[in-house]
Design a protein around this ligand. Structure first.
Ligand code: FAD
Length: 306
C-alpha cells in the first residue's frame, strides 16, 4: 500500500512542487542522484573506481518532439564527455523510450526508434553501449520491438525484463540468444494482478525462473537486484551453467547497498552501478523511496524538521 501511495505521489504535481522546493531534502536526493549536470555524473563515475556504470539522463514521458530532441542531445553530450574522460570502457548509458517520444500521438514509436538510433550511433563512436529501460506493462511490446530493430545495427543494445510480469519468463526465452544483453529486475511500477505477480514471494520465484532461463541461454545476463538471496542464487546458477565471472554481471542502483557493490567487485565479479543525473529527478526519487520504508522515514524526518 505504501509503495502504491508513493507511486501515486510520483505522478502528483503538488507533491512534486513540495519536494523540489524543500532544500533540506537535497541530501536525501543526492544519495540516489549524481547531480543536475553531466559534469556531476562524470565526477561520480570517476569516484566509482573499479565499478562499471550505466548513466541515466533523468526525464520521463515526453509529449513534444522538441523535448525528445533535447534528450538525444543530452545523451550525445554525455557520451562525448565519457569518451573525453576515457571512461567509455566502463560506462554505458541507459535510457527510457518515453523520454524519446514513444508516446507522441503520431508516429511516436518511429520517432523513439529514430532518436534511440542516434544515441546508439554516438555510443558506438565512443566505444560503448546503450541499454533501454523498461517502463510500465503497456509499453513492453513496443520496447522489445524497438530493441529488436536496434540490435540489427547495434547488436550490443541491451534491454530490461521485469520478473513481476507474468509474461517475462517467456520473454527471457525469446531474448536468451547469442549477443543478447538482458537486465533482469523485479519491476518498479504499480501493475495490476491481471498482468503481474503482486506478492513478494511470487515475484522472487519468478525472478529465479527467469534467471535460470537467462543463465542457461547464450546471452549476457545482467542481474539487477539488491536482494542478497537472489544475488547468491544468481552466482550459483551462473556456476552451474559454466559461466565465468566475465559472462554475466550484477547491477545495483547508485546509493543502494554501496558497500555490497564494492564487496562484489573486490571478489572479481562484474558490478555495474546505475547512475542517474539531471534535473528531472522527482519520479525516479519517489520510486526509490517506495522500495524501502527506511528511506521514507529519513525523508519524513527531514521534512518534519524543516
Ligand atoms: P527488493 O526486494 O525491493 O529489495 C531487496 C533489498 O534491497 C531490500 O530489503 C533493501 O535492503 C535493498 N533495497 C532495495 N531497494 C532499495 C532502495 N531504494 N533503497 C535502499 N535499499 C533498497 N525497474 C523497472 O521497472 N525498469 C527498469 O528499467 C529498471 N532498471 C533497473 C536497473 C537497475 C540497475 C536496478 C538495480 C533496478 C532497476 N529497476 C528497474 C528497479 C527494480 O525493478 C526494483 O524496483 C528495485 O531494484 C528494487 O528491487 P530489488 O530487486 O532490489 O528487491
Amino acid at each position: 500500500m505504501l509503495r502504491s501511495a508513493l507511486l501515486a505521489a510520483s505522478r502528483s504535481a503538488t507533491c512534486r512542487a513540495l519536494v523540489e522546493n524543500t532544500p533540506v531534502l537535497r541530501p536525501i536526493v543526492d544519495r540516489f542522484v549524481a547531480g543536475p549536470a553531466i559534469e556531476d555524473a562524470v565526477r561520480v563515475v570517476n569516484d566509482l573506481d573499479g565499478l562499471l556504470v550505466s548513466l541515466d539522463h533523468l526525464g520521463e514521458a515526453t509529449h513534444d518532439r522538441a523535448h525528445a530532441e533535447r534528450t538525444v542531445e543530452a545523451y550525445r553530450l554525455a557520451l562525448r564527455r565519457l569518451g573525453e574522460a576515457e571512461l567509455a570502457g566502463r560506462a554505458e548509458v541507459s535510457l527510457k523510450l518515453s523520454a524519446l517520444g514513444r508516446d507522441l500521438p503520431a508516429d511516436g514509436e518511429k520517432i523513439a526508434l529514430e532518436c534511440t538510433r542516434r544515441i546508439c550511433e554516438a555510443a558506438a563512436a565512443a566505444g560503448t553501449t546503450v541499454t533501454v529501460d523498461m517502463e510500465d506493462h503497456t509499453t513492453v511490446d513496443a520496447t522489445l520491438s524497438i530493441v529488436r530493430s536496434l540490435r540489427a545495427d547495434f547488436p550490443g543494445t541491451g534491454t530490461v525484463l521485469q520478473a513481476y510480469l507474468r509474461r517475462t519468463e517467456a520473454d527471457c526465452a525469446d531474448f536468451a540468444g547469442p549477443g543478447s544483453r538482458i537486465r533482469l529486475c523485479k519491476g518498479a511500477y504499480d501493475e495490476p494482478g491481471s498482468v503481474a505477480y503482486r506478492e513478494k514471494s511470487e515475484v522472487d520465484a519468478s525472478y529465479v525462473r527467469c534467471l535460470k532461463v537467462l543463465m542457461r541461454g547464450e546471452g549476457y545476463p545482467m542481474v539487477a537486484t539488491h536482494d542478497p538471496r537472489l544475488i547468491a542464487i544468481a552466482e550459483t546458477l551462473a556456476g552451474r551453467s559454466g559461466r565465468a565471472s566475465g559472462d554475466y554481471e550484477f547491477q545495483m542502483l547508485y546509493g543502494v547497498r554501496p558497500d555490497e557493490q564494492k564487496t562484489l567487485a573486490r571478489r572479481g565479479l562484474r558490478m555495474r552501478v546505475y547512475l542517474p543525473y539531471g534535473t528531472e529527478w522527482y519520479p525516479y526519487f519517489m520510486r526509490r523511496l517506495g522500495e524501502r520504508p527506511a528511506n521514507l522515514v529519513f525523508f519524513l524526518r527531514a521534512l518534519a524538521a524543516h
